[in-house]
Design a protein around this ligand. Structure first.
Ligand SMILES: [Zn+2]
Ligand SMILES: [Zn+2]
Length: 281
């Protein structure tokens, strides 16, 4: 199992001025390609990396906020070509799909092969990767779920946005890699995590590797690597900062950079899935 971070931006200022890229991350192996939280820019970043969005097997939203979902409709359209090539799975919390303000448009939902609601007992097998909800987070009144991806004896936890609670350390225990949406440098009375809370979560969950992402302005200006080092030194858990177009091999815990095939975002070259995966290794 491998991860590709398309972006690492968090917070309004960094995301909506694109002072770091946003767009979520991919979880993939030979059997399946999953796109998690396709926020603003996700579609173009896939094209830049030479990954055809039509080759994505499943889209997962941890919650409906725009920094996690802005490109979902574009990607469903790109995946299904407006119904010419139906297929693909979508999983999202109920309020992303129903109610007054759903973020997934209804008109192309029938083009998907399946739509699943994420709740506290959510679990789905996609290729050889199992995805399950780990914990419901408190997050500005929207339904929000942390997730765990498991395959062949390794697992990745994704602590998405939310207010810190001690259960977070327990819920993600046993994960080899723990991705933490660490938006603030210092604690704030908002439903987002800060560096010292990332330390608490890592100290409880004890993964082999922590990954900070979804960073806001305080961390961007302080330094992504400096923030990751702070978390590592206080938690005793090796920690790296997610950055644009970085691939992380969950087995070896090694990282590499994707060589962009279409740096302008124009698809002069979009490869097949097998060559995409080869390019990502
Ligand atoms: Zn959010
Ligand atoms: Zn967010």
């Amino acid at each position: 199992m491998k991860l590709l971070f398309l972006g690492c931006a968090g917070g309004r200022r960094i995301t909506f001025k694109q002072q770091r890229a946003s767009g979520g991350f991919l979880v993939f192996n030979e059997s399946v390609l999953i796109h998690v939280d396709p926020g603003p820019g996700a579609f173009i970043r896939l094209i830049q990396a030479g990954i055809d969005p039509a080759k994505i097997d499943a889209f997962i939203l941890s919650h409906k906020h725009l920094d996690h979902s802005a490109d979902i409709n574009t990607l469903i359209e790109a995946k299904t070509m407006g119904g010419w090539s139906p297929g693909g799975i979508l999983a999202a919390p109920r309020d992303a799909l129903e109610g007054e303000d759903p973020v997934v448009m209804r008109y192309h939902r029938d083009n998907l092969a399946g739509i699943y609601t994420i709740d506290e007992s959510f679990e789905i097998r996609l290729g050889s990767i199992t995805v399950k909800s780990a914990l419901k987070h408190q997050h500005h009144g929207v339904e929000t779920y942390g997730l765990i991806f498991s395959s062949e004896g390794t697992s990745v936890g994704y602590v998405t946005d939310g207010k810190y609670c001690p259960e977070m350390g327990r819920a993600y225990k046993g994960c080899d890699v723990l991705i933490i949406s660490t938006t603030f440098r210092n604690p704030r009375e908002l439903d987002h995590l800060c560096l010292d809370e990332a330390v608490e979560i890592l100290s409880g969950a004890r993964p082999k590797l922590g990954v900070t992402t979804h960073v806001g302005a305080e961390i961007v200006f302080w330094g992504l690597d400096r923030a990751a080092t702070y978390v590592e030194e206080k938690s005793g858990i090796r920690t790296i900062a997610a950055k644009e177009f970085t691939v992380l091999d969950v087995q070896t815990l090694s990282t590499s950079k994707v060589k962009l095939k279409n740096p302008t975002g124009i698809a002069y070259r979009v490869d097949s899935l097998s060559s995409c995966k080869k390019a990502l290794t």
